[in-house]
Design a protein around this ligand. Structure first.
Ligand SMILES: NC(=O)c1ccc[n+]([C@@H]2O[C@H](COP(=O)([O-])OP(=O)(O)OC[C@H]3O[C@@H](n4cnc5c(N)ncnc54)[C@H](OP(=O)(O)O)[C@@H]3O)[C@@H](O)[C@H]2O)c1
Length: 409
């Protein structure tokens, strides 16, 4: 069967979950049903899917069922569509069968995972199959790691256009963000901690700054992610550790490797949060210690159990008000390899909370981009920048409330 003969452009798998419902709502409002985009909602329970469809007040949305424990049902679902867009997570627990089904069936795929160990497993298991079938598999199509991955691509493209060379070092700084976690994200974080506490080789993998690079790709000079407070002269501010850095930096480095070292073999990349303006060294060091201690606490089983009791459960997440009042504001600083007067800066912003309001739009547009845009890459396990690059930047700016701008050139 060729792509165009498939019944759907996009099947949203996991439409009954907290994030899945937001993606469904966005697709319906942005594309209607069956006109500009042929899409359907899928999940493991028809009853729950019908409830979501009732809430969306549109009987025309097709409903399909598949259970992640039933591989035949996943293969059948994947064969019906050009793209599977999945929010069924934690992906390390429930997502592997769908990646296999898409890689084998030549179906493009996008998700919201931030589980580095699972992405490594998927790359190792399915790269060859996806290359052969033509399936473009793209993980991390949410707040992790689209602003990082596409922000770096955007800044590097401008750097090359203006100065003829890529920046040798890009710094990503979170200047502001507002929003909270959902139960599904908490479950994913806790699952990574649980897997890591049982498995030393996994702890080594998670600490490797090039954990997602192809085995034969050159490694640069990047080392550990930031754990304490560091003064950043380029921003004239103290910086604090950023919890998503452990995922995003690996994705950006994989993009560089997959795009034939487009940013250079010595390219360096790091992520941190800017401390509030005027905040001094002592306060920043105390804040950094509290943040690092809080994350480390999740590695201790009894504290994980306590965290589970107080954090949201699967299916729960931030209210409409929190999502609509939310935002994110990211600054990127690119260092010119020879002349610091030619350093450039970019800014990436979003008009909803990063984790859900904005993430659901990023994932939905990634799915539509895979289904409808002319993309240069063939089958394989890609990153957002290496698979969709400028086509996705354009979509996110035109439709999804993101902005990418050069602020200093
Ligand atoms: N990267 C980011 O920026 C970002 C942001 C948000 C979320 N996420 C990730 O997205 C995932 C979903 O988060 P969420 O908050 O939406 O979680 P959620 O509300 O718990 O939803 C999980 C979904 O998975 C489905 N599911 C669970 N087990 C299944 C199975 N065996 N077969 C088929 N479907 C199954 C659930 O179906 P039922 O309704 O039938 O239980 C539900 O639709 C998580 O992994 C989270 O970490 C990432």
């Amino acid at each position: 069967m060729t792509d165009t003969q498939r019944e759907y452009d996009v099947i949203l798998y996991g439409a009954t979950g907290f994030t899945g419902k937001l993606v469904a709502e966005y697709l319906l409002n942005a594309y209607g049903v069956g006109d500009d985009l042929r899409w359907a909602m899928a999940g493991r329970s028809l009853g729950k899917l019908e409830t979501v469809r009732d809430e969306l007040r549109n009987d025309a949305i097709p409903l399909l069922t598949a259970d992640s424990d039933d591989q035949a049902s996943l293969a059948k679902l994947a064969a019906l569509t050009r793209v599977i867009c999945t929010t069924v997570g934690p992906y390390a627990l429930y997502g592997s069968g769908m990646v296999a089904a898409c890689a084998e069936g030549g179906t493009h795929y996008c998700d919201l995972t931030g589980e580095t160990q699972w992405m490594r497993r998927m790359i190792d298991a399915h790269q060859e199959t996806a290359e052969a079938s033509g399936a473009r598999i793209v993980h991390t199509c949410g707040f992790d790691s689209i602003p990082s991955d596409l922000g770096v691509l955007f800044l590097q493209n401008a750097m090359m256009k203006t100065h003829g060379v890529p920046a040798c070092h890009v710094k990503y700084r979170v200047a502001g963000a507002s929003g909270t976690f959902s139960g599904g994200t908490v479950a994913s974080l806790i699952n990574v901690m649980e897997e890591a506490s049982r498995d030393r080789s996994l702890r080594r993998l998670l600490a490797d700054p090039y954990a997602l690079n192809p085995a034969d790709a050159p490694r640069g000079d990047d080392r550990n992610d930031q754990t304490g407070a560091i003064y950043d002269e380029d921003f004239d501010r103290w910086t604090l550790p950023f919890v998503m850095a452990a995922i995003n930096t690996r994705v950006v480095r994989r993009s560089n490797a997959l795009m034939a070292q487009r940013y250079g073999e010595d390219f360096r990349y790091d992520e941190a949060m800017l401390a509030p303006e005027g905040q001094g060294g002592l306060k920043s060091k105390l804040a950094a210690a509290a943040m690092t201690g809080g994350t480390a606490a999740l590695a201790i089983p009894p504290l994980r159990a306590v965290a589970r009791r107080f954090l949201p459960s699967p299916g729960e997440g931030p209210s409409l008000e929190v999502r609509e009042r939310g935002f994110f504001d990211i600054r990127l600083y690119g260092v010119h390899p020879e002349d610091r007067d030619k350093d450039m800066q970019a800014r990436v912003t979003g008009d909803r909370d990063p984790g859900y309001g904005s993430t659901s739009k990023m994932l939905a547009e990634s799915a539509v981009c895979l289904a409808q845009d002319e993309l240069a890459c063939g089958g394989g396990l890609w990153t957002p920048a290496s698979a969709m690059g400028e086509a996705l930047i354009q979509r996110l700016q035109d439709r999804a409330g993101l902005s990418f701008e050069i602020t200093r050139d």
